[in-house]
Design a protein around this ligand. Structure first.
Ligand SMILES: [Zn+2]
Length: 215
């Protein structure tokens, strides 16, 4: 046996048993969690909900956590926390644009898929999270909004370019663009695994199709 699994962890975190629902403390909506998520955003009201079952156990202090899990849980939490205020402000803006909340809830759906893909594939969080939230906004509008929110010009340009590519259904580009394309496809339905642009997207699409076929 080449690799000995740390007894506190199980890396096959895509299994259905590792996904569960928690009620949003603000509106009661069922928020879906992966067992390693520190927190997730409510799709209905946008509130950040903490994962009550979070049990990274030894992973938070073990020096082998990164090779064991495939990512460093401390880095993952830090990377997501750093962009919380940008995410909050974009969600707020979407709520202003569409008072029915539909635009916001679709955006949060894509955001959650993007976060899951990002935890397996990597990529620049700021660019991915902003593009996921703005996927229904015209590129020129998105560009204006990001500059209002003081996002650096290089990241804003990357987001704008990704949105333009998404609108034209252009082929896979950067890792961030591929994550965005997969996140949108997964949030909107049950895409065929072979149409996915990233390996994690393919696994998620396969799992979704399996669930769809057994229920
Ligand atoms: Zn809520």
């Amino acid at each position: 046996m080449a690799i000995t699994m740390c007894p506190g962890q199980d890396t096959s975190f895509w299994r259905p048993g590792d996904i569960f629902e928690v009620q949003c403390s603000n509106c009661g909506y069922a928020v879906e969690f992966f067992k390693d998520d520190a927190s997730r955003r409510c799709r209905q009201c946008g509130r950040q909900v903490a994962n009550p079952k979070l049990n990274l156990g030894c992973a938070l202090w073990c020096e082998h956590a990164e090779e064991c899990l495939g990512y460093d849980p401390k880095k993952k939490m830090a990377a997501e926390g750093e962009h919380t205020s940008l995410v909050d402000r974009l969600i707020e803006e979407l709520g202003r644009r569409d008072p029915s909340g539909e635009m916001r809830s679709r955006a949060i759906g894509v955001l959650e898929q993007a976060r899951t893909l990002m935890s397996a594939e990597g990529g620049e969080p700021k660019v991915i999270l902003a593009a996921a939230l703005l996927h229904q906004v015209a590129p020129s509008e998105a560009s204006r909004l990001l500059s209002e929110l003081a996002v650096d010009a290089a990241s804003a340009e990357e987001v704008t370019e990704m949105l333009a590519a998404l609108a034209d259904s252009r082929g896979p580009g950067s890792l961030e663009a591929r994550i965005l394309a997969d996140a949108v496809a997964l949030a909107q339905g049950d895409p065929a695994p072979e149409t996915m642009s990233t390996p994690a997207g393919k696994v998620l699409a396969e799992n979704k199709n399996k669930t769809a076929n057994t229920t």
